[in-house]
Design a protein around this ligand. Sequence first.
Ligand code: AGP
Length: 610
Amino acid sequence: MCGIIGYTGPLEAKTILLGGLSSLEYRGYDSAGIALFQSQTLTSHTVELIKTTGKVSLLKELCDSTPLLPSGCGIGHTRWATHGGVTTENSHPHQVGRVTLVHNGIIENYKTLAETWNFSKQLRSETDTEIAACLINQFYENDPIQAIRKALPYFEGSYAFCILFCDHPGEIYAVRKISPLVAAYTPSGSLAASDLTALLPYTKQYFVLPEQSIAKLTPYRITIFDENGDKIQPELLTVNWSMDAAMKNGFPHFMLKEIHEQPQALRNTILPRIVDELPNFDSDQIPDSAFVHVNKIQIVACGTAMYAGMVSKSLFESMLKIPVTVSIASEFRYEDPLIDENTLVIIISQSGETIDTLAALRLAKEKGSVTLSIVNVKGSTIARESDYVFYTHAGPEIAVASTKAYSVQLAALYLIACRMALACGKMTLEEGKHFLQELLCAIPAIDMVLTKKEEIRHAVSHLTSVDNAFFIGRGRDYAFSLEGALKLKEISYIHAEAYAAGELKHGTIALITDQVPVIAIATQEAVYTKMISNIREVKARGAFVILITKESASIEEGIADIHMTIPNLDDSFTVFPIAVILQLIAYYTSVKKGLNVDQPRNLAKSVTVE
Ligand code: AGP
């Protein structure tokens, strides 16, 4: 939920930190700050804090107007507020005595610690983070690692810290539990950050800091100490993204760029898994043995990832004839789910760091279920803790509103369903080949929709002046509408609600009055006539109807104010072009309202706190 970064090396730390925070800003953007070593003499050092509410661009202006000595070592933070309001005092870094730190996560027992150790009198902020700084400072007697090691057992919750000790110039100490932290020693110096986007300009090799180990970063090396104080070597990973991938490359917003990247993201995700025209997971090291004993599937995720799971439910059930449950991770983790060793638990997460989803994964493993995660970020916590991982290859998704990740998650689910059906004898080889051909047809269908984006841009004019909107559909179209409503909600701030079209007349239709926008999705042929009846019902009450159908659909005059079409795909695959239409509707509505499309208010890209 926040972004942290540390740098120590021969270059100007302020520049490196501000650049890194700009890359991390999508993780949270209420406030930002940096702390820099300032060495007045060879033996006299201080740590200067510069922090402010608002965007990183404001922090940069503040830094430029603050007299600073050149510095090669510092830490930085961009915040999504959890404890304490959006104020300068609550922004990070926090400094207590000789300790200065930045934090991503939540110290859940911070109030107990403040009372137990009587920190309250020295506090300047309302944050849990400052309590952590107090405790590490309390234990600090010139040995940073010892002080950190003493404090860690007291912290309940999640954390990724970058820590400075004012009498250890040029050194940064990093430690994590649950919250993500990657690091790299590079020719430009040593770096640690919440995710790869901040390391990309400097390195192609990095490592994920093992939980509870402590990294000491100096300009010349990174040393990692395990819980026994022994030095350990981390597993080195190679970045599979280009620097370009994390830039806008001429698009006005990351979201529009990522919408356009969907055809390639799908090719990158699907094609490496096709061998002899059939799905093949050998390169993922996911054996058929993971599937053949399964008598139930439990899908768990949050937000858009969960809605991808909702779309796949009917596909899995129709192909495998076993029950599929889709659960919200933040609910699932506190339930006593009916899962066991014969349940396949599919975890879906673009970031691989969503804390509720990670907790759900851990619960599933406690229950003895086989866990298969669909993740976009290589080496992320969820990926590393799952029995099997199916990496999507969408590249970095920077916009808070998920688009290409949704499409590749669907593709992953479709491939898994097909592979499972073949492994369990529920699908013939010919059927499998045909299924894959249908799946691949979704890619040109998306290209087709993208050629109509100007039509979609004009169509949304009506939405820019409304406070409420409804998305309706039947069957799979209802599952598609859930994601459409979320997209519109989160970036245009219109209260959008998805509804099963057949359910409208049981109450909600009371809200349909003159010119209330209703986005009606009607691509499922078995329920098409029923869907048209529902559209007539809302139209009769004055709704402004945006109707989305296949090209071949025949519609009566006057039933819709706007009619958009997608290519004639099999019902199971219409979600792919439909998703792009719904993404573009949300995108253009947000742009026309002059809102911050990539960093909508109150949100952050990765929800790593409860
Ligand atoms: C979707 O547009 C949102 N950004 C959000 O719902 C997101 O899908 C959810 O937080 C899950 O994130 P994850 O896929 O990284 O776990």
